[in-house]
Write a protein that binds this ligand. Structure first.
Ligand code: PRP
Length: 214
């Protein structure tokens, strides 16, 4: 019998990674090495299960998976949409639930209603462009920011923002509100297209077992 190769997982750093590891643990895939917070290692191996894990910045996860540096990735749907990589999205893991929304001051409602040429600040230019141009057929100017996007309307950089809303407290504390909902988001599992063919059984078994928990 041929030696089993390692299945490599790329996980988006932070809360998603912790939740993913907890979920994998429930189906018997553990990685003790990863629990050592003092470790400077970047890649962690479970020799017995023949799996490896590495942590990456969220937006880089689909890149690792598309190029086959990782067979499997776990990342938010927002990142999958924005990065638009050639990967298979195979499972909604059901955690990290939030919404991608158009938000702004209540006064911006009319601008949206009348399809005015507005300024949209966002960390997600591709998602914003797709929504306004392809779904709403509204011409807008998109301004890319890298965080604290809620500042946009407050300092009059933009009329509205396209951003993630989870509890809504950031909006509330800054006098903004959800004006339109673009789509629901959550953590998803993605798979490299070649790995899906080469490791069909192992990956399908993994998906099947995770599905029972999600
Ligand atoms: C995200 C998002 C919102 C906030 C939403 O920001 O961009 O700002 O969380 O959460 P809430 O609805 O529960 O208040 P994040 O904390 O990732 O930082 P960022 O603003 O730098 O992107």
């Amino acid at each position: 019998m041929s030696e089993e190769r390692y299945l490599t997982f790329a996980l988006g750093k932070g809360r998603l990674a912790n939740k993913t590891l907890a979920l994998l643990e429930q189906i018997g895939i553990t990685c003790e090495e990863m629990k050592d917070k003092n470790s400077r290692k970047l890649i962690f191996t479970n020799e017995e299960k023949k799996v490896r894990f590495f942590l990456a910045k969220g937006p880089d996860v689909p890149t690792y998976v598309e190029y086959g540096a990782a067979d499997i990735g776990v990342v938010g749907k927002d990142t999958i949409l924005e990065e638009n990589r050639r990967v298979y999205e195979v499972l909604d893991l059901g955690f990290g639930k939030c919404r991608m929304c158009v938000c702004g001051p209540a006064s911006a409602k009319d601008l949206l209603l009348h399809h005015e040429r507005i300024r949209v600040a966002t960390k997600y230019p591709l998602i914003a462009k797709d929504y306004f141009y392809n779904k709403k057929h509204q011409t807008v100017d998109i301004i890319k920011l890298n965080g604290s996007v809620e500042l946009g309307p407050i300092v009059e950089l933009s009329d509205v923002i396209v951003d993630i809303v989870e509890t809504g407290s950031t909006l509330k504390e800054n006098g903004l509100e959800v004006l339109e909902e673009i789509c629901p988001l959550s953590a998803r599992m993605i798979v490299n297209q070649v790995s899906m063919q080469m490791e069909t059984e192992r990956i399908k078994d993994l998906i099947f077992r995770l599905k029972q928990l999600c």
